[in-house]
Design a protein around this ligand. Structure first.
Ligand code: FAD
Length: 318
């Protein structure tokens, strides 16, 4: 069976959920081979095996932590050239997309970004993408070289598939560019206890209708009751009510949760571009004509300051 390389996104050996989703999807295409770069491969290996990795190719070198993406691209290139896999799958994070683009260029391959589904096709993997604010769903495949595909978080539910994963050493030869850009400092994300926006299963977002930074407490309370991440429209971010790192949309983050709740958000096309692939969409808006209602599965016409606290109480009571 063909092998499929899966780039492992991890924090000190703790594997992040998008990688488990990639392993689940990779099993449709062939035998997943995880590429683990940095420290902690032994910690990660049992989880990677549980989700279907038949092998873990591991390499650790200071370059992976001290420099930006190029050393990781060097490693993935080495693995791809050695294995000639059916595809290379990378999570659709900012880092993942940069790695994938550089890798595709190095391999002379076609690149598909932000896939929301993957299937095996007769002539290679077929990727589904949702484009033009969800107006169209496209399927495409790479026709040149080894397909390099990035997949949006939350595109698949991670499903375990016990396999006999083994850790094997990946020897990496760093190219001349590998040390080009050094990491100067890292700032940990503020510790809110909430999930990361792009990985969260539920996102509760507030817009201009929230009408002030202090009122975001209403949005946060619902998010905490649901175990959700908090998002914001650009209008709320531009007003200084919530940090830009929480902006959802064309010039913010793309989310694809199981449930997206938009409160006081009109549903401009640029906002939709970041959330339209959410599985279930709920909106609370006092204007029954707001465009967001064209998109929703459930809509509540009402004042968010009545509806959202009532919803929070209801969720807490269950
Ligand atoms: P508004 O459009 O002002 O809507 C506020 C809504 O709140 C209204 O529908 C109103 O009825 C409702 N409301 C008011 N009070 C209440 C209440 N008490 N209870 C219930 N409902 C209430 N936008 C993004 O979000 N993300 C992006 O990444 C993004 N990128 C952009 C990139 C470009 C190049 C451009 C040009 C624009 C971009 N925008 C983006 C901006 C986008 O066009 C909209 O201006 C923005 O999304 C509007 O935010 P909003 O829905 O919060 O505000």
């Amino acid at each position: 069976m063909a092998e499929v390389l899966v780039y492992v996104d991890h924090v000190d050996g703790s594997v992040r959920k998008p990688t488990l989703e990639l392993l689940t999807l990779a099993r449709r295409l062939g035998d997943p081979v995880a590429v683990f770069l940095g420290a902690g491969a032994d910690t990660a290996a049992p989880t990677l095996a549980e989700y279907g990795a038949v092998r873990v190719l591991a390499a650790d070198a200071p370059e992976f932590a001290d420099y930006l993406v190029v050393p990781k691209v060097d490693a993935l290139q080495g693995a791809a050239e050695a294995l000639s896999p059916a595809a290379v799958l990378v999570p659709s994070s900012a880092e993942g997309k940069e790695i994938a683009a550089r890798l595709a260029l190095r391999l002379g391959s076609g690149l598909i970004t932000d896939a929301v589904d993957l299937e095996a096709g007769e002539s290679g993997p077929v990727a589904t993408q949702s484009v033009f604010a969800a107006a169209y769903t496209t399927t495409s495949r790479v026709t040149e070289g080894t397909p390099v595909i990035t997949v949006k978080p939350n595109s698949a539910s991670p499903e375990p598939a016990p396999a006999a994963g083994t850790v094997e050493q990946l020897t990496v030869e760093f190219g001349p560019l590998a040390t080009g850009t050094a990491v100067v400092s890292r700032s940990p994300r503020e510790a809110t206890g909430r999930p990361e926006l792009t990985e969260a299963a539920i996102v509760v977002s507030g817009g201009r209708g929230v009408n002030g930074a202090e009122n975001f407490a209403v949005i946060e309370a619902l998010a905490d009751a649901l175990g959700a991440a908090v998002g914001a429209s650009r209008a709320a971010v531009d007003a200084g009510w919530y940090p830009h790192s929480h902006q959802v949309g064309q010039t913010g983050k793309t989310v694809s949760p199981q449930l997206y709740i938009a409160a006081g958000i009109s549903g401009a096309i640029q906002h939709r571009a970041g959330m339209q692939t959410s599985k279930t969409i709920v909106a609370v808006n006092k204007d029954a004509e707001a465009p967001i209602f064209e998109l929703v599965d459930y809509g509540v016409v009402g004042d968010l300051f009545d509806v959202v606290p009532a919803l929070t109480e209801e969720v807490k009571a269950r």
